[in-house]
Structure formats: C-alpha cells, structure tokens
Design a protein around this ligand. Sequence first.
Ligand code: 2AM
Length: 193
Amino acid sequence: MRLFYAFELDEPARRALNEALQPVRNQVSARWTHPENLHLTLQFMGEQPAAAIPGLTDALQAASVDTRPFSVSFAGFGTFRAASGLLWVGMASGPEPAWLVSRLRQQLLARGFDVEKRPWQPHLTVARDAVLIEKTLPPWPAAPIRCRIDRVTLMESVRLEGRLVYRPLARTPLNDKQPSDDTFKEDDHEEPG
Ligand code: 2AM
C-alpha cells in the first residue's frame, strides 16, 4: 500500500482554492490536481504492508496529543525546479505544523520506520507537467485562503481505473485540550530534588 500522512483541506478552503485556481487553469497548460485530491503531505511513507497500519496510526496519535488545532493560509505559486513541471501553492502558518511533522518523524523512527530526512517543505501540489511560459510563475490570483487544521489523516494512494484516488485510512484529531505554549505549566517550575 502506498501511504502518506496529510492535512486534508476543509470544504470552504477547498472551494476557495478551486475558485482561485480557475483563471490560472485557463492560462497554464498542466495536469491539474483534481479538487477532491487537494491535500498537503506531512510525510510520505511509500509502499507499506497492511500490517504496518496499526504502528503508523499509533505514531500519529502519539505525535498529535501535544498539538492543538491551528490555522494555516494558502497563497502564492512555487515550484521546486521549473523543469519538473510540478506547481504548488505555498502554506503560511505558525510553528505548529513543523513541530507536528518533527514529532511525527520522531514517533515513526522510534517504531522502526524510515522517514524523509530533508527538512519539511509544506506545499500543496496543484498541477503536474505545468508548462510555464519563460519559467515565470503565475501571479497568485486571490486573497490568501485560510484553513483550519484540526486533524491529521493517514492516506492511501491508489489508482482506480487509471485515476489517482486518495483514501483516508485513519483520521487523528489534534488535541484541543492541549494548553497553548504560553500557558503556565506547573512542571516547568518544579525544583529538582
Ligand atoms: P507531491 O504532491 O509533492 O508530489 C501522495 O503521492 C503524496 O505523497 C503527494 O502529496 C506527494 O507529494 C507525496 N509524495 C509522493 N512521492 C513522494 C516522495 N518520493 N517523497 C516525498 N513525498 C512524496
């Protein structure tokens, strides 16, 4: 099974993004991501046996208990290498998503899974095989699109009749009972001994 962890977009964000991309779809020749497939990958796990799912779910739960829900916003096009044809939309946020990815990687390593070693670069892939005229990225056509993230999903990527489909296998809520970092914590002030 081809598995990865992702942030799913809530319905208003998905709609807003779809609308924002509409004029660009007419200007740039590309294979555009199907709107229902829009997601942001936290960690790609590659081929895994079904027997790995409990461990992968457990790692996600352990990583999520320390993270409260948060908001992100999407705006601006980017590409890793213009020649790759992969066009993405950038994500702005506080530090929470990067912390979450870092905790998730630690939890996965502790369970014997391999993880991506490169720093996490949040990106929402919106098109592949994009032909950019003189390698110029299209201007972002809308206001930044806000999205509330309150869970992380373990996803399976499958091809059904030639079409790429992402299937949620497990959704883990972030911990809305978690105090924010500036909240006083008694443990922080305990004297040793
Ligand atoms: P992409 O959007 O940047 O291609 C499902 O395939 C998800 O996993 C996609 O979001 C994809 O990211 C990501 N993915 C696929 N292959 C990957 C790889 N070798 N390394 C990291 N992420 C990968």
